[in-house]
Design a protein around this ligand. Structure first.
Ligand code: ATP
Ligand code: MG
Length: 214
C-alpha cells in the first residue's frame, strides 16, 4: 500500500483541531490520526484553547500549562500530530478565526482543514465570525456518539469516517474523582501527567458538560 509522503518540513495541507483537551483522550487522537491519514494532511495541529470562552463559567478549566503538557505527552512520537500553543500564547478569548489568521502567517501558502466532532459542528453558527472560518478553510467533521448526525446546511462539510468512540473529557474527569481507571481511554503518558500533577482530584471541575467553540 502506498504511504502518502509526509512533508513536515514545509507543510502544505494542515489540519487544525482545536479543543480544550481537559484531558486529551483516545477520541481526540483517533480522530486526528485518521483525518490526517484519509485527507493526506502533512500535519494535524492539536490547538489547545487558552481561554475556551464558551466553557468559562460552566466549570473550572484546568490551567493551560497542564493541558498543553498532556497534549504534548499524547502526541509525542505520533507521526503528523503536533501540539500547538498558539491560542494559549495569545491573550483574550480563543477564537478559531484569529488562530487561522495567525497560522496563515506561520505557514504561508498552506491549505487549512478545520477539524471537529459533530457536536462542535452543530454549534458552529455560534462561533465568532464563523463565516470567515468557512471561507478560509474546509471544515472536516467526524461523527461522535450522542452528537446530532444532521448538520446545519452551512457549508460543504467534509465528512470523515472514524471509529466511533464514546469517550469524553467530562467522563474522564469524573473517573478521576471517583477513582475509576483511565487505562486505554488516554495514552499512558497522559495518565502519568494526570497522576504526577494531581489533576482532576477535586470535584469542583464537573458542574456541567461543555460544548461549542474549543
Ligand atoms: P468535554 O467533555 O470537556 O467537552 P470533549 O471530550 O468534548 O471534552 P473537547 O476538548 O471539548 O473534548 O473537544 C475538542 C474536539 O474534539 C471537538 O471538536 C469535539 O467534537 C471532538 N471530540 C471530542 N471527543 C470526541 C470523540 N470521542 N469522537 C469524536 N470527536 C471528539
Ligand atoms: Mg466538548
Amino acid at each position: 500500500m502506498a504511504v502518502p509522503e509526509v512533508n513536515s518540513a514545509r507543510p502544505r495541507r494542515i489540519g487544525v483541531f482545536g479543543g480544550t483537551f481537559d484531558p486529551p483522550h483516545v477520541g481526540h487522537l483517533v480522530t486526528a490520526v485518521n483525518v490526517g491519514h484519509l485527507l493526506e494532511l502533512d500535519l494535524v495541529l492539536l490547538v489547545v484553547a487558552g481561554s475556551p470562552w464558551q466553557k468559562e463559567g460552566t466549570r473550572a478549566i484546568t490551567p493551560a500549562a497542564d493541558r498543553l503538557a498532556m497534549v504534548a505527552a499524547a502526541v509525542e512520537g505520533v507521526a503528523r500530530l503536533e501540539v500547538s500553543s498558539i491560542e494559549v500564547d495569545r491573550p483574550g478569548p480563543s477564537y478559531t478565526v484569529d488562530t487561522l489568521d495567525a497560522l496563515a502567517a506561520v505557514y504561508p501558502g498552506a491549505e487549512f482543514y478545520t477539524v471537529m466532532g459533530a457536536d462542535a459542528a452543530a454549534l458552529l453558527p455560534t462561533w465568532e465570525r464563523y463565516n470567515e472560518v468557512l471561507r478560509r478553510t474546509r471544515v472536516v467533521v467526524v461523527d461522535r456518539p450522542g452528537a446530532p448526525s444532521d448538520l446545519p446546511p452551512l457549508t460543504d462539510w467534509i465528512h470523515v469516517q472514524v471509529p466511533h468512540l464514546d469517550v469524553s473529557s467530562t467522563d474522564l474527569r469524573a473517573r478521576v474523582v471517583d477513582g475509576r481507571p483511565l487505562d486505554f481511554l488516554v495514552p499512558d503518558a497522559v495518565r502519568r501527567v494526570i497522576v504526577e500533577r494531581g489533576l482532576y482530584r477535586n470535584a469542583s471541575g464537573r458542574l456541567t458538560p461543555g460544548g461549542g467553540e474549543s
